[in-house]
Design a protein around this ligand. Structure first.
Ligand SMILES: Nc1ncnc2c1ncn2[C@@H]1O[C@H](COP(=O)(O)OP(=O)(O)OP(=O)(O)O)[C@@H](O)[C@H]1O
Ligand SMILES: [Mg+2]
Length: 414
């Protein structure tokens, strides 16, 4: 059973004391993603000293407000004739995102919904900088700003995290070991005791104490359940408290109960810690849907609605789309904007109608409003922390290789 992050905050006392202030001033470190790809990240540089303690979040009320805005994001890709014949589809320019804008601030959760292929993952990829105008073959324009400054790679590394749709955990390590190594990578200067305390807090908050000594597992190795794996993936990013957390479908493949628990946890984290959470989400229940501060409904790479979840049905009712009887609002919105099953022209009319609404104009005004002061960026990594991170990386990789039968199977076949 998940504990609410309220409880988490209470236990950890949010009132800033001298110690938390000292630690907030301390250089902050992290590796881009605590995934098996982390080695590459380490090679790329960044990283240094101690991170803010989980229990005393850097997003406490005396912290500066974080204001994330993205404006007119456009993303297209050139599909060559060869690629089109191999992958199917037509050659030419494929428009994936067509001028998408939004704004979200500290303590809010923005849910990106839309039918399959609407552009949810693509938008997250642009927001987290996974794809950019520099990526070969892609044409990406638009701004992504945090407190008025373009979101830089170094800002992202220090203050944000991305939990992708597929779990990137070390399958032969236990849940606890995965979190511990994440802690050692993000905060190499923490003592073993401090790291263990932080891991305990995350385990309790995510309801993972019961499976903390179970191996994560993979197709060769029986391990944790799908829900436990997903929670561990989120936990890996929470051993170091962020200002902004991006998640791609954190509930995909989970049963309704587990999905609601994860969404409740994210809701609590945003409101209790002031973290911004931006997540794509697949078919949330009515209760979860109505708890979102903001919802962005995408269709064919365009916005069909952006605003409070509770106002969304009224918007579509004004456009002549009113559900018959009681429905799950998310299901209904996906149904009327699904270009694969509905009339494409009718769906396009919904996207066009959004641009004419006062809410869309209000968003444009908000995007031009004065911003909160820019946030300070951390300093460069020291050699000691880089060395400790490298050591943790080597130990983790060796442990995983020694324990994973898949590695032996591969060696045997090669
Ligand atoms: N590099 C690419 N080359 C060609 N088409 C692409 C590329 N990346 C994304 N697309 C296309 O862009 C559209 C949006 O993809 P995206 O993965 O963002 O959708 P999604 O909303 O996340 O869907 P799902 O719910 O299935 O995850 C899809 O039609 C996809 O095929
Ligand atoms: Mg997706």
């Amino acid at each position: 059973m998940l504990r609410s992050s309220n409880e988490w905050q209470k236990r950890n006392n949010r009132v800033p004391d001298a110690e938390s202030k000292r630690q907030r001033r301390a250089p902050i470190t992290r590796v881009e993603m605590m995934s098996p790809q982390a080695g590459e990240d380490l090679e790329r540089g960044s990283r240094n000293g101690a991170a803010a303690p989980l229990g005393k979040p850097r997003n406490s009320p005396d912290e500066p407000k974080v204001d994330l805005r993205f404006r007119d994001v456009r993303y297209s890709v050139e599909v060559s004739k060869t690629k089109a014949s191999l992958m199917g589809g037509e050659a030419g320019v494929k428009h994936i995102l067509r001028g998408v804008s939004g704004a979200v601030e500290s303590g809010q959760i923005l849910a990106i919904i839309g039918s399959s292929g609407a552009g949810k993952t693509s938008l997250l990829d642009v927001l987290v900088g996974k794809v950019s105008a520099r990526t070969k073959g892609l044409n990406i324009t638009g701004d992504v700003n945090v407190n008025g400054k373009a979101m830089s790679k170094s800002f992202f590394l220090e203050n944000a995290a991305y939990v992708p749709q597929e779990d990137r955990l070390w399958s032969a390590l236990t849940v606890r070991e995965n979190l511990t190594f994440a802690c050692k990578m993000y905060s190499p200067m923490l003592s073993r005791g401090e790291c263990s305390k932080r891991v305990d807090e995350v385990l309790v908050s995510l309801g993972l104490e019961g499976c903390q000594h179970t191996k994560v597992g993979n197709i060769f190795l029986k391990g944790t359940s799908g829900g436990e794996k997903r929670r561990t993936s989120i936990g890996v990013e929470l051993v170091f408290l962020r200002k902004i957390l991006f998640l791609d479908e954190p509930t995909s493949g989970l049963d309704a109960g587990s999905a609601s628990e994860i969404m409740d946890l994210l809701r609590g984290l945003a409101s209790d810690t002031g973290m911004i959470i931006i997540t794509s989400v697949h078919q949330p229940s009515s209760r979860v849907f109505n708890s979102f501060d903001q919802v962005m409904l995408l269709t064919m790479g365009q916005t069909a609605y952006f605003g409070p979840a509770v106002d969304s049905l009224a918007h579509f009712a004004r456009l002549g789309h009113e559900p018959k009887g009681l429905v799950n609002p998310a299901d209904y919105l996906l149904e009327i904007t699904n270009s694969h099953f509905s009339d494409t022209k009718a769906v396009q009319r919904l996207a066009d109608a959004w641009k004419e609404t006062p809410a869309c104009r209000a968003l444009d005004t908000r995007l031009c409003a004065p911003v909160s002061p820019p946030l300070a960026e951390g300093s460069k990594a020291g050699w000691l922390s880089s060395f400790l991170q490298l050591r943790a990386l080597v130990v983790r990789t060796s442990m995983n290789s020694l324990r994973d039968p898949a590695v032996y199977a591969l060696r045997f076949t090669v």
